[in-house]
Write a protein that binds this ligand. Structure first.
Ligand SMILES: Cc1cc2nc3c(=O)[nH]c(=O)nc-3n(C[C@H](O)[C@H](O)[C@H](O)COP(=O)(O)OP(=O)(O)OC[C@H]3O[C@@H](n4cnc5c(N)ncnc54)[C@H](O)[C@@H]3O)c2cc1C
Length: 378
């Protein structure tokens, strides 16, 4: 580290690491949690570039979900059934771990159900999905362990107060969480076990020296026996050859709405658009399909084309006759790739990575963190 650090700082805070994890999102923190819970004597540090965790883990929509029917049909066009089933299994197992690790009350988990909505103009798509309900219930039974996952919710559409919706398919095993509370609980848990998290500490590169790793950051250099890269969409800055393409997601939240009827997690347009209730407000996000090229970026930002389309859906379909103010807008970046499977591997001796959750890392992140931690031999 820089010579300006005191003897005490260097001895107690900055040296002697067994494992350094880069990225304090859900994956990096779960890797830390798993390593430290299994081997309390390990000295573990987490280096995070942001003032807060600056990736997707504090920016997402908080859906504890594993797939809507139109999204799954869409995926099946380019994936094998077994690949898809494995991904759904990872999401389901990841969600169980998330809940077990932190507890439902700490993450405000609520199982209000998930709903896929189809507009009147989307009759063909809706009929195709409804016809497939029974097939998907059988297909998913081996991983979810239930046979009654999806059901036609047609007769109860009016209860949500939306306009122009023709069909709804309900998934009764879907839930929702408070993303901020989840990340706070996870951070407190790893810190209480003795993991040190360094913020404002972007890593620039990693070099090898006599079997050890030297991690160069804007704050100075750290030494460690092993390194885990959990930087998701930002991985190309450190390992350019990995197949991870950034995809920005934009979100808005309304002011509180009196007598809000929408309750649960809702999917629209093959999962590209989504909305839910949170604290009497509506969170609405997505629309990446409107501008795939523009949204292939790690830069934060919201755009007129996507925000206008989200607002149109909000005012015309979700809350007809009402015009609540939009109080929050933000973006976050996901990591996508040609394959659905995340990349969890040893990149070179002592250097590991766990990235590319394909937009489902809240669901599978706890599992991925454990998987990468289990690869480490020290
Ligand atoms: C708008 C939006 C909505 C979403 N909704 C859902 C949802 O409802 N359900 C769901 O399952 N998933 C959802 N996701 C996806 C989910 O949030 C991500 O898949 C998940 O958070 C990825 O976790 P991660 O730990 O791999 O990466 P991240 O949370 O992105 O963490 C990577 C961390 O690495 C840090 N970092 C990067 N480079 C460096 C560096 N060089 N040095 C130090 N630190 C670095 C970043 O600052 C960041 O904090 C959503 C994502 C977005 C953006």
């Amino acid at each position: 580290m820089s010579n300006l650090f005191s003897y005490w700082e260097q001895k107690s805070f900055l040296s002697g690491f067994d494992v350094i994890i880069i990225g304090s999102g859900i994956v990096g923190l779960n890797a830390a949690l798993h390593l430290k819970s299994g081997r309390p004597s390990l000295k573990i540090g987490v280096l995070e570039s942001g003032f807060l965790p600056a990736g997707a883990s504090t920016k997402n929509a908080g859906f504890a979900c594993f797939g809507s029917i139109s999204e799954l049909i869409n995926e099946m066009e380019s994936r094998s059934e077994s690949e898809l089933l494995e991904m759904i299994s990872m999401r389901w197992r990841g969600l169980k771990k998330l809940r077990n690790n932190l507890g439902d009350s700490a993450i405000c988990f609520e199982q209000n159900g998930g709903y896929e909505v189809f507009k009147e103009s989307e009759a063909n798509q809706a009929n195709l999905c409804i016809e497939k309900i029974s097939w998907f219930n059988t297909f998913l039974k081996p991983v979810i362990g239930k046979h009654d996952i999806y059901a036609d919710f047609g007769d109860k559409i009016a209860g949500f107060g939306m306009r122009g919706i023709r069909n709804i398919i309900k998934n009764k095993y879907e839930g929702q969480i408070d993303t901020g509370k989840m990340m706070k609980a996870l951070l407190s848990k790893v810190q209480s076990l003795g993991v040190t998290v360094f913020n404002n500490c972007p890593v620039q590169n990693i070099e090898e020296s006599s079997g050890n790793k030297i991690i160069h950051s804007s704050q100075g250099s750290f030494n460690s026996k092993s390194v885990i890269l959990a930087t998701n969409a930002f991985i190309k800055n450190l390992i350019p050859e990995l197949d991870v393409i950034p995809g920005r997601g934009q979100v808005l939240i309304t002011e509180p709405i009196k007598d809000l009827k929408i309750k649960g997690t809702f999917h629209y347009n093959k999962g590209y658009t989504y909305f839910r209730n949170i604290d009497d407000r509506i969170l609405l996000g997505g629309g990446r399909d409107l501008d795939f090229i523009g949204e292939e970026t790690t830069e934060p930002g919201v755009t007129v084309i996507i925000q206008n389309e989200l607002e149109k859906l909000l005012y015309e379909t979700l809350l007809p006759g009402q015009k609540p103010k939009i109080e929050y807008r933000w973006s976050g970046v996901m990591g996508f790739g040609k394959e659905l499977k995340p990349i969890v591997k040893e990149v070179s001796p002592g250097l590991y990575c766990a990235v590319r959750c394909n937009g489902m890392g809240l669901a599978m992140g706890s599992l991925l963190g454990e998987q990468v931690a289990d690869l480490i031999q020290i």
